[in-house]
Design a protein around this ligand. Structure first.
Ligand code: 2BA
Length: 108
């Protein structure tokens, strides 16, 4: 068994969750925040049998899209020393996915 941890854009969360449910996968959605952009994203925990991993990855790829986000770098300046800082372009996602072996799985 594997645990798929997939960090996705929150705008893709509903489409991906529905696609996974429709295909018979079980998933838990956690609201998370990216360390770099400090913006809300979503993390899906998907426990799957080994032979179903690729099917889940296919659905992730199909439902999660790359986006361009603009962020304004932090200047460290106070409000009295306002300076214009150009926003920089950052490519985000489609999905950042980790796949881990599950040693044991129990429910009670
Ligand atoms: P964030 O940390 O908010 O990062 C958003 C995007 O900013 C990243 O997209 C990447 O393109 C860019 N980025 C991140 N750190 C950067 C840096 N030091 N300098 C320049 N650009 C940087 P993705 O790579 O698609 O990552 C999307 C989200 O996935 C991340 O949001 C984070 O929440 C998660 N993530 C990515 N890699 C991870 C990792 N190795 N471990 C844990 N979470 C990760």
């Amino acid at each position: 068994m594997k645990m798929i941890i997939s960090i996705i854009n929150r705008d893709d969360r509903n489409a991906l969750t529905s696609a996974l449910m429709d295909a018979g996968y079980q998933a838990t959605v956690v609201g998370t925040t990216g360390g770099f952009l400090r913006q809300g994203n979503a993390t899906l925990l998907i426990g799957v049998e080994d032979e179903k991993v690729q099917g889940a990855l296919d659905l992730i790829e199909k439902n999660c899209h790359t986006r361009t986000v603009f962020m304004t770098p932090f200047t460290g300046m106070g409000t009295e020393e306002m300076i214009m800082v150009e926003p920089v372009e950052v490519q985000v996602g489609g999905a950042v996915t980790f796949i881990m072996n599950v040693e044991q799985f129990t429910t009670c």
